[in-house]
Design a protein around this ligand. Structure first.
Ligand code: MN3
Length: 199
């Protein structure tokens, strides 16, 4: 049973001008698809037969099966990243999620500053995350394909891809501008709220 590329949750041009149709075309259609193609070739044998993607990630991480881990985690991280953005994104958190943000960060602005610091401070390729850890919101960063899914007691709520392929066509080397645009115009707090509600 092969893993399939999930469709984008919006049209390819829906995030323009903040993220162009060109970027989404390459990022989803080439990079994300590429991870799944490699993952399917690597998991043809019985070791991972029938396992859902999350289980493949946890097992490959524990077994130090680096190639499977990298492609499985990147497949999962990208599907989560698409849903972390919305054409109606940006603005302020609402509802129970807003209360949790105030409780654990003091303010929405403080949360944004922590996400900026994590995303800008990730040296080289990786991801910035908002997670729930033991009932408390935390901001994290991970390197390359690494994902909070491998940590027990940690639930990812939102992510931001800071690999250069996520922004280079639109922002070249200006990662800070991409991060600011993500937080001002694209971030999908409703998705974080929904993940918090089911955590
Ligand atoms: Mn990417």
């Amino acid at each position: 049973m092969a893993f399939e590329l999930p469709p984008l949750p919006y049209a390819r041009d829906a995030l323009a001008p903040h993220i162009s149709a060109d970027t989404l075309g390459f990022h989803h259609g080439k990079h994300h698809r590429g991870y799944l193609t490699k993952l399917n070739a690597l998991t043809e044998g019985p070791a991972y037969a029938g396992a859902p993607l999350e289980e493949v990630i946890v097992k490959a991480w524990a077994d130090k099966d680096v190639a499977v881990f990298n492609n499985a985690a990147q497949a999962w991280n990208h599907a989560f990243y698409w849903r972390s953005m919305s054409p109606e994104g940006g603005g302020a958190p609402k509802g129970d999620f807003a209360k949790a943000v105030d409780r654990d960060f003091g303010s929405h602005d403080e949360l944004k500053q922590k996400l900026v610091a994590a995303a800008a401070g990730q040296f080289g390729s990786g991801w910035a995350w908002l997670v729930l850890r033991n009932g408390k919101l935390e901001v994290r960063k991970t390197t390359n394909a690494e994902t909070p899914l491998t940590e027990t007691g940690v639930t990812p709520l939102l992510t931001l891809d800071v690999w250069e392929h996520a922004y280079y066509l639109d922002y070249q080397n200006r990662r800070a501008d991409y991060i600011a645009t993500f937080l001002d115009h694209l971030v999908n707090w409703e998705f974080a709220n929904a993940n918090l509600a089911t955590a």
